[in-house]
Design a protein around this ligand. Sequence first.
Ligand code: SF4
Ligand code: SF4
Length: 315
Amino acid sequence: MATKGLIADIQKYSLQDGPGIRSTVFLKGCPLRCGWCHNPEMISRKQLVWTNPRTCVQCGGCISVCPENAVSGFGAERAVDRDKCIADQGCSKCVDVCPTKSIETVGKWMTAEEVCRTLLKYQAFYRRAGGGVCISGGEPTLQPEFVLELLERLKSEYVNVSMETCAYSKWDILASFAPYVDLFLIDIKNMDPEKHRLGTGVSNELILENIAKLADMGKKIRIRTPIIPGYNDSLGNLRKEAAFLMEHRILRVDLLPFHLTGSFKYDKLNKLYQYMDCREPTKTEMLTHLKLFQVMGKAMGLTGTVGGTDIPEDD
Ligand code: SF4
Ligand code: SF4
């Protein structure tokens, strides 16, 4: 039987996931727990339902149809009891009954062939735009068999592939992906192991080790750093990061300003967004941070962006 992957979403067009225009496959499941995550619905490795209190017309259909009594309340009181809900066993009764699509299932099991067929519809477009496909998440390394099959299929069709990974993975898995991946997009969230653990739930040692190994293999890597004021934007931390990039000859960094736009997703999941009071960095601050990387990496030709939007270049 074909291996299936749990897919959170397939976004047809993205300008931020590698050169050109790309389709991005978001896989479900992540081993990190970043408090500022703007895709919290993708963290769990299971299918789940989430609800939108803003579009709910309070008909009560979802409450009465649920076989597990998992749904309760309206508006700000709306809650889905995750311990009771059996969406991961295929239940979608609340989704089916909702007249306003205010309850949706996140996560769909698909074979690599099905995903590939969807992506290949846009292949002419990728070619014209110098783009391809990005495999993202969640975290691709948590579904290694499925991802490897998807990579093999995409490469057999000559599709350019980028992969967004947190690199918190057994090396063997990343090494098995590497021959098929044209560009790795990897976050460095903090250079201090303890602060990294505080912000994400895990230390950064394995991540930095894997980045170094991929760089040693000669793989193209772009580092992405979400700039979280008060957490990782100190001069000392960013200097250490720039030095790490130079040591491993990684010549591209995208600095991504923290923003609050994903906070509504926490409402949909009945979760508290811990970073609600965090401020967004100013444009001047972001450009100053980027300048630091540019100055430290000038001799080696490091380039960078604020925001990560691709610019035509020879990468
Ligand atoms: S998916 Fe099923 S069990 Fe879960 S809340 Fe909806 S109706 Fe209830
Ligand atoms: S079925 Fe949809 S509209 Fe009706 S109460 Fe539930 S979420 Fe709201």
